[in-house]
Design a binder for this molecule. Structure first.
Ligand code: FES
Length: 101
């Protein structure tokens, strides 16, 4: 069973948005932030580059900088302030830690 951080309770009828999470095709819902898209699929948003511990964001309002994630193309973005886009490939660092979805 996959552990997740967030469970959807409302607005389940929004259109799906296909994206890739750690190399696995999945989908979010239109209007999700990257943070919501990832944490409804995973227990972690990213791996802290210093402690190597899992992180899931903190403030969810653009202030703490704890939600920077990398895309497969090398770009970084603040997950709580960026909307998920079709085809986006988000990397949580989980694969580097030997974890899978
Ligand atoms: S969760 Fe704090 S800046 Fe995104």
């Amino acid at each position: 069973m996959t552990r997740i951080q967030l469970k959807r309770l409302k607005e389940l009828d929004r259109p799906p948005v296909a994206f890739v999470l750690d190399g696995q095709p999945t989908h979010a819902l239109k209007g999700d932030t990257v943070l919501t898209a990832v944490l409804t699929q995973s227990a972690r948003l990213r791996t802290n580059e210093f402690s190597r511990l899992p992180r899931a964001g903190f403030c969810v309002m653009g202030a703490c900088q704890d939600c920077w994630v990398q895309l497969a193309d090398g770009r970084s973005l603040r997950a709580c302030q960026t909307m998920i886009e079709p085809g986006m490939h988000v990397c949580t660092g989980r694969a580097a830690e030997g974890e899978t979805l």
